[in-house]
Ligand binder design. Structure first.
Ligand code: NDP
Length: 398
């Protein structure tokens, strides 16, 4: 039915390629391209399907991207490289007339700043070109937005309080490792916290607000308020929201390592001169940390990510919790990656499927909650991320 160019051959790219290759009626040809072609080749070899081809591309370079897109002529480009490449890939899509999907918002390399403003600025260009850009189609952002849209459509007249809760109760057996790209992960979790309340953003110190939360099948875990990009679009798209927050669990061991990394300057994102060569400390750190795509082999336990929502339906208060639990072992057995890559890659594949089937296709730049959540929710159950709903439960927040 459609040709897809996947850019990025890390943990997430591995899952996207695996899941797409299982649906040849939808994804008739897949080109997996990344900076290091050998990584694409080994993923393609593991999948072992004739429809997966590979290529080398530097996604920071628009002419290179344009040449690759022109030669392959995909219907959609799925960007699972790094957030730094979002704008160059969007530019190349505009130049070649191809639609776009990603899982993380653009970040400038020299500033850890999570804002949609750069990508939202492309709205008119995509609209005029008759192309679709689907932003943030992983789990969070991604499924978290679709869950919210589904809740708004089916269970609430007015969403008032939204808490996105993200727990990784897995154990990879390493003293310190990050579950997705270390550079992006450390930039994200070391920034100041931020949440939405009564029409404004409230800033907090990093990890200043925390409390134990109870996760299904897992139990109680200390959870920390951090800023996460989907909050920015959700409060715009659901303006009745009075308070929106994002919580993530961290173990004490992880936090201690993080503090040391920051204290000794290894989380720095500005280049330093080392023996006559410019290096960026966090990029050097990334090179010595375990690779996220290699964590899966001994990973045990589960993730649990969901939305806890309070609001009104027919004038009555409703407390609602929708979530998915994903097992690291099951994700590894199926795709050779751990659950964080799995829970990101499966929704990216589903978003691409929605686009190719015409269910999520309209000119412009959109966050996932701006599309019909129903076919996506159905597909989540079908492709490995089943979800569960709880009504009138204690949401553990006032
Ligand atoms: P990895 O670091 O494992 O993989 C990134 C891949 O992108 C690597 O193959 C890398 O190539 C490639 N790449 C980097 N720079 C370039 C470039 N200039 N040109 C071409 N390829 C490039 O990351 P993940 O797979 O863990 O994450 C992928 C994306 O998914 C990230 O944007 C991340 O933020 C996002 N994500 C989203 C989540 C969500 O729920 N929404 C959750 C987790 C991740 P090389 O191997 O040569 O370095």
């Amino acid at each position: 039915m459609g040709k897809v160019l996947i850019i990025g051959a890390g943990g997430v790219g591995t899952v996207v390629a695996h899941k797409m290759a299982e649906l040849p009626d939808v994804f008739s040809e897949i080109l997996l391209a990344s900076r290091t072609k050998s990584k694409c080749d080994s993923i393609a070899a593991r999948i072992g399907s004739k429809i997966v081809k590979t290529a080398q591309v530097n996604a920071d370079n628009v002419p290179e991207l344009v040449a690759l897109i022109r030669s392959f002529q995909p219907d959609l480009v799925v960007n699972v490289a790094l957030p730094y490449q979002d704008l160059t890939i969007m530019d190349a899509c505009l130049e070649t007339g191809v639609s776009y999907l990603d899982t993380a918002n653009y970040e400038p390399l020299d500033e850890a700043k999570f804002e949609y403003k750069w990508q939202w600025a492309y709205r008119e260009k995509f609209e005029k070109a008759g192309l679709t850009a689907i932003l943030g189609c992983g789990f969070d952002p991604g499924v978290s937005g679709v869950y919210t849209a589904y809740a708004a459509k089916h269970h609430f007249d007015e969403i008032q309080y939204l808490d996105i809760v993200d727990c990784n109760a897995g154990n990879h057996g390493k003293a310190f490792a990050t579950n997705f790209n270390p550079e992006i992960n450390i930039r994200e979790v070391t920034q100041k916290g931020k949440y939405w309340e009564n029409g404004q953003w409230i800033m907090t110190e990093p990890h200043e607000i925390h409390q134990p939360l109870t996760y299904p099948r897992i139990g109680e875990k200390e959870s920390y308020l951090i800023f996460h990009e989907e909050l920015e679009s959700l409060v715009v798209n659901f303006p009745t929201i009075r308070r929106a927050r994002f919580w993530m669990t961290f173990g004490q061991e992880y936090l201690t390592h993080l503090r040391v990394i920051q204290n000794i300057g290894m989380a720095g994102i500005q280049p330093i001169n080392y023996e006559g060569k410019e290096i960026v400390p966090i990029q050097f750190l990334k090179a010595v940390l375990p690779k996220p795509e290699e964590l899966g082999v001994n990973y045990t336990g589960e993730t649990s990510i969901g939305c806890r929502i309070k609001g009104l339906k027919d004038g009555k208060e409703v407390c609602y919790y929708v979530y998915n639990n994903c097992s690291h072992e099951a994700a590894y057995a199926e795709t050779g990656t751990q659950a964080i890559s799995y829970t990101t890659g499966v929704p990216a594949m589903i978003g691409a499927k929605m686009y190719l089937e015409g269910k999520w296709k309209k000119p412009g730049v959109f966050n996932v909650e701006e599309f019909d959540p129903d076919p996506f929710m159905k597909a989540l159950n079908h492709y490995g991320l089943p979800w569960y709903e709880l009504f009138d439960v204690d949401l553990e927040f006032d």
